[in-house]
Design a binder for this molecule. Sequence first.
Ligand SMILES: *[C@@H]1O[C@H](CO)[C@@H](O)[C@H](O)[C@H]1NC(C)=O
Ligand SMILES: *[C@@H]1O[C@H](CO)[C@@H](O)[C@H](O)[C@H]1NC(C)=O
Ligand SMILES: *[C@@H]1O[C@H](CO)[C@@H](O)[C@H](O)[C@H]1NC(C)=O
Ligand SMILES: *[C@@H]1O[C@H](CO)[C@@H](O)[C@H](O)[C@H]1NC(C)=O
Ligand SMILES: *[C@@H]1O[C@H](CO)[C@@H](O)[C@H](O)[C@H]1NC(C)=O
Ligand SMILES: *[C@@H]1O[C@H](CO)[C@@H](O)[C@H](O)[C@H]1NC(C)=O
Ligand SMILES: *[C@@H]1O[C@H](CO)[C@@H](O)[C@H](O)[C@H]1NC(C)=O
Ligand SMILES: *[C@@H]1O[C@H](CO)[C@@H](O)[C@H](O)[C@H]1NC(C)=O
Ligand SMILES: *[C@@H]1O[C@H](CO)[C@@H](O)[C@H](O)[C@H]1NC(C)=O
Ligand SMILES: *[C@@H]1O[C@H](CO)[C@@H](O)[C@H](O)[C@H]1NC(C)=O
Ligand SMILES: *[C@@H]1O[C@H](CO)[C@@H](O)[C@H](O)[C@H]1NC(C)=O
Ligand SMILES: *[C@@H]1O[C@H](CO)[C@@H](O)[C@H](O)[C@H]1NC(C)=O
Length: 742
Amino acid sequence: MEKFESFLYSLLGVFALIVLVHAQDQTGFISIDCGAETSSYTGETGLTYVWDANFIDTGINKNVTVGYQTESQRQNLWNLRSFPEGIRNCYNVKVKSGTRYLIRASFLYGNYDLQTKVPEFDLHLGANMWDSVKLGNESTIITKEIIHSPSSNYTYVCLVNTGFGTPFISALEFRPLKNTTYTTEYGSLILFARLGVYSSANPIIRFPDDVYDRIWFPYSFSKWDQINTSLSINSNDFQIPQILMMSAATPNNASQPLNFSIDTKDTASKLYVYLHFAELEVLLPNQSRQFNISINGRFLYGPVVPNYLAATTAYSTSVLSGEQGRYEFSIFKSEKSTLPPILNAVEFYIVKQLLQSETDQIDVDAIKNIKSMYKRENWQGDPCAPKSYVWDGLNCSYDDFNPPRIISLDLSNNNLTGTVPQFLSQLKFLSVLNLTGNNLTGSVPIELIERSKKDDDTEVAVKMLSESSQQGYDQFEAEVKLLLTVHHRNLTELYGYCDEGNHVGLIYECMANGNLKEHLRAESNEDVLSWEGRLRIAVESAQGLEYLHYGCKPPRVHRDVKSANILLDNKFQAKIADFGLIRSFPGDGGSHVSTVVAGTFGYLDPEYFESNRLTAKSDVYSFGVVLLEIITNRSVITNTNENSHIKQWVGFMLAQGDIKNIVDQRLHGDFDSNSAWKIVELAMHCVSQTSIRRPTMSHVVIVLKDCLAMEMARTDGHGNEPKDQHERFSVNLNSELAPTAR
Ligand SMILES: *[C@@H]1O[C@H](CO)[C@@H](O)[C@H](O)[C@H]1NC(C)=O
Ligand SMILES: *[C@@H]1O[C@H](CO)[C@@H](O)[C@H](O)[C@H]1NC(C)=O
Ligand SMILES: *[C@@H]1O[C@H](CO)[C@@H](O)[C@H](O)[C@H]1NC(C)=O
Ligand SMILES: *[C@@H]1O[C@H](CO)[C@@H](O)[C@H](O)[C@H]1NC(C)=O
Ligand SMILES: *[C@@H]1O[C@H](CO)[C@@H](O)[C@H](O)[C@H]1NC(C)=O
Ligand SMILES: *[C@@H]1O[C@H](CO)[C@@H](O)[C@H](O)[C@H]1NC(C)=O
Ligand SMILES: *[C@@H]1O[C@H](CO)[C@@H](O)[C@H](O)[C@H]1NC(C)=O
Ligand SMILES: *[C@@H]1O[C@H](CO)[C@@H](O)[C@H](O)[C@H]1NC(C)=O
Ligand SMILES: *[C@@H]1O[C@H](CO)[C@@H](O)[C@H](O)[C@H]1NC(C)=O
Ligand SMILES: *[C@@H]1O[C@H](CO)[C@@H](O)[C@H](O)[C@H]1NC(C)=O
Ligand SMILES: *[C@@H]1O[C@H](CO)[C@@H](O)[C@H](O)[C@H]1NC(C)=O
Ligand SMILES: *[C@@H]1O[C@H](CO)[C@@H](O)[C@H](O)[C@H]1NC(C)=O
């Protein structure tokens, strides 16, 4: 059994003075005559309608055929705006955020296109589906009404082509309501029916009788009688029109209830109901009128005792559920009551949850700038939402808790000219930008760098890759997108990439101390890395690779492990960088993928080179070469003919039993020789010709940690800590090619 104690009963003081409601002004009303050819006019209701030119820039004006003009009383239905182009076309209306509006869209086909075929299409409100528009015939007038509080200072009403004819719209109206009325627990309210028990020469009641311009229809029932008063009724916040409140229904058999029902035809529907009452008769001392309300036979609220000539509204403050979408109401007199129940007016609304949130305001403002610079007709409504109507060229992120954000922007082949605009910096979450096929000048990467510096106080490095340096461009792109989600302490954060046709810029977090190769080759003695420092760098970079091989899903092979791709931060902590050649591979251990061989000469796994079979062991080989560099500080390839590869040279020295001369002479023997033996052995193990003989990265990490422990034991943990060096650069613009957009 549902609880109905929250069913409210709101009255206005009985002793309040009767207030005559005079014609109200139209403050806050927005009345748009879609397709109108005059900028404004006063319609038959006394309301001023304006043309829609300031609210939309797509679609064409059309007139309904003359016969339908005369048939329809409303001038705002005589013309319309039709949308033969584009899937989604939107009105953009400035509103006040937080204000509850009655929003009404009206449609009269009137054979405007002489096709005598009524279309069917969808109506969206902002990022959400509002309703489908299904016109019965050429003269059917459809109005869709929703009571909704926009969360931003503008709102979109969109006409969406669903493949059943050209969408159009005749009129669009916004009416601000009092914020104490039509409140809901959740969701907005779609009008189901709004009825009054009255008789009038003009059957439809709206503005100026209704100060909120609600539209009322008369309702009567053979078993009901009507009672009237000529006195005016004191309103409550709902401001129900006088003409409605001055008449009430009552059963013609005074001992019967007032029964009425609705069928929403939607078993999942949730309802809000508003019942308006006013006592119109002067009761004698021995008379009383009080009644209860039930729904589907269950008691809902009571007793209601209407006040003489004052409006009382009974309404649900939480949703009501029906039975198979049916709601049967009964208003029946209580035992004490000598008089039958009454009812003046009733409204039924169905709850509509508009769950999809609109795109983040900052992104919307930025992308609107782009739109204004480079006219894109098909950019309509909310940029990211609903997901199925995301703007052409955009990709957005969606989750349940945050508004969508723009993460990629494809402006390729748009004939764009001039300098690359600043707006890019406002799209905070943008990680992919495609400017291929334009004639832009200026530097895109620098724009992005400045954005990152400004907004997250993070330094970024941009690395430009030329197309020739990589294969399978699309795969690469897909991989980079995936990598944007891979995070490990020993991997350089990839913030994004930008695409400028032939050139791809990868945007990394900035590593203040450059790369390992530079440090090993450092000229000055001050910069010589200590043995412990070298072991730490080895451990940390090995952990980064271990994570790529075993920790991330799917596992990945870096394919370009080399000392130049091991970056050092301001504390000389190491991270693996440059994912330009990265590949995912199916499983663990023995599995492999066949690829076009890529990598850097000298570090390239010979087995992979010959077989095209790529496994994680290829990285182990390259890492072995890096270890040899760390140990010896020699170039990977030297020009001498004999033992020209570092591995051959070390092998040769080992054969001579000359370990002291293998290790970098600049350390002057300041290292634990056991750890030196161990790491040399490990490195040679890694560079085995066949992959089966090579250890896994996990094994490499274990051995390296042992080596580090040995060295730390020797120095008692107080080995020469690397000096905190001054930051040499804040932006590493490592561009092999000019970072110029084209
Ligand atoms: C619609 O009718 C008005 C007035 O009759 C006329 O001025 C206007 O040109 C017509 N518009 C179109 C698109 O036919
Ligand atoms: C259009 O449909 C309405 C009912 O929805 C009907 O009353 C009217 O006669 C129809 N008009 C035409 C021209 O068929
Ligand atoms: C809407 O505009 C008002 C006044 O200009 C401002 O106070 C409010 O923050 C704005 N709302 C949103 C959601 O931007
Ligand atoms: C309604 O608006 C008034 C000001 O116009 C404000 O003081 C009040 O808090 C609002 N009430 C609700 C329920 O939003
Ligand atoms: C109320 O007014 C309606 C329409 O004018 C009329 O038909 C009805 O008889 C009146 N009822 C009473 C009790 O006067
Ligand atoms: C009025 O309703 C009562 C109770 O349902 C019934 O007994 C009575 O016959 C009805 N009177 C008329 C006139 O129909
Ligand atoms: C109420 O009182 C009036 C006279 O004041 C009388 O005519 C009428 O019959 C009484 N009605 C009832 C139901 O007692
Ligand atoms: C009115 O509705 C109530 C509750 O649904 C039901 O018990 C009663 O029979 C109905 N009365 C009439 C006259 O339909
Ligand atoms: C770009 O310009 C060419 C030649 O002027 C034209 O054919 C093409 O349609 C234009 N593309 C866009 C997107 O404007
Ligand atoms: C950039 O746009 C061009 C042309 O539309 C396309 O060929 C290329 O794949 C796009 N690049 C990315 C990274 O989306
Ligand atoms: C690109 O723009 C420059 C100057 O803005 C112009 O000289 C050049 O002809 C343009 N190139 C193309 C292919 O449109
Ligand atoms: C790499 O990882 C190790 C341990 O997982 C950590 O101690 C070290 O600080 C990391 N390096 C960086 C640069 O974060």
